[in-house]
Design a protein around this ligand. Structure first.
Ligand code: PDD
Length: 284
């Protein structure tokens, strides 16, 4: 497997970053995960725009190689050979001469990329597979979740508690208000209305979320951005999560509440997945 670090392609076993890198010392870094199907990057421009936004908000300088991100990512895909891959891109504020909260103005950012094989969404191969089991958790994250920062302790800790080790996803709520998953955005279906929390809430504006909002409304579905409260959960006919690596996946259970069942063809998540599959055919 190949990686890319600051201008060079380096085998995974040989790549090294200094422990004085601010990404290591402070979590002073941002990232993106971009899927590729059939050796073509999916929604690359949207990911690049969000990466630029994360850099701008954190004031991490733009690395020179960002201009060439598309050809560099394509080269990495070629070297790592899998047909479908997930590219991980991390940019840190760089390596300082010594640990200091204030970075030296000569410090240049670190740009690291790796890729892994993208697992096919299991609900494409078997749409009858039981949905995900998710757990509610009070959202204790910082207030700028629109920045795709690598500092993810609140997103990671719940998965390491023994009682939650069998949860597929954690659903963060701020009091009554549901925000998003620890690694995905969330959608709800109430009768024929598809709802996802609005961008004014403390969420990452998922590229997959935005894609489904746009495409489902173009396809004539009734879809909107609206607050959903914990007390609304038992009225939901469906809940889905979306992300660049999971695409769209249905939820079966939230804490002890099991969602109602229906025929596969009636599920909106299944119709949404069909829209994506059609788009991927024309993308590839
Ligand atoms: N996570 N919300 C959070 C907190 C996320 O970490 C992610 C993605 C999303 C979905 O965003 P997108 O559709 O742009 O992938 C929402 C990535 C995949 C990860 O951390 O691996």
């Amino acid at each position: 497997m190949w990686t890319y670090l600051n201008g060079e392609f380096i085998p995974k076993e040989e790549v090294r970053v200094s422990p004085f890198d601010r990404g290591f010392l402070f979590g002073d870094s941002v990232y993106e995960v971009i899927p590729s199907y059939n050796n073509k990057l999916f929604l690359f421009d949207e990911h690049l725009e969000r990466l630029r936004n994360s850099l701008s908000i954190t004031k991490i300088p733009i690395p020179e190689s960002l201009e060439d991100l598309h050809p560099l990512a394509m080269e990495l895909l070629k070297k790592n050979q899998f047909l479908n891959q997930a590219i991980y891109i991390q940019i840190t504020r760089g390596v300082d001469p010594e640990r200091s909260h204030v970075s030296a103005n000569t410090t240049v950012p670190t740009l690291f990329m790796s890729s892994t094989e993208l697992e096919i969404n299991p609900y494409r191969e078997n749409p009858h597979k039981k949905g995900l089991k998710i757990k509610l958790e009070e959202d204790i994250r910082w207030k700028r979740c629109d920045v795709k920062a690598t500092t993810l302790l609140p997103n990671i800790i719940p998965f390491h508690r023994e009682e939650e080790s069998d949860s597929d996803e954690i659903l963060f709520h701020d009091g009554q208000k549901i925000n998003e998953g620890s690694k995905s955005n969330v959608f709800f279906v109430f009768e024929d209305l598809i709802v996802t929390p609005p961008k004014e809430q403390n969420i990452l504006l998922g590229v997959t979320r935005n894609y489904f909002l746009k495409r489902l409304s173009e396809e004539g579905f009734n879809v909107t951005e609206k607050e959903v409260r914990i007390k609304d959960l038992n009225k939901a006919d469906e809940i889905w999560v979306t992300s660049s690596t999971k695409e769209i996946q249905p939820v079966h259970q939230v804490d002890n509440m099991v969602l109602p069942g229906k025929e596969l063809e009636e599920y909106y998540w299944h119709k949404a997945l069909k829209v994506l599959e059609e788009d991927l055919k024309s993308n590839c």
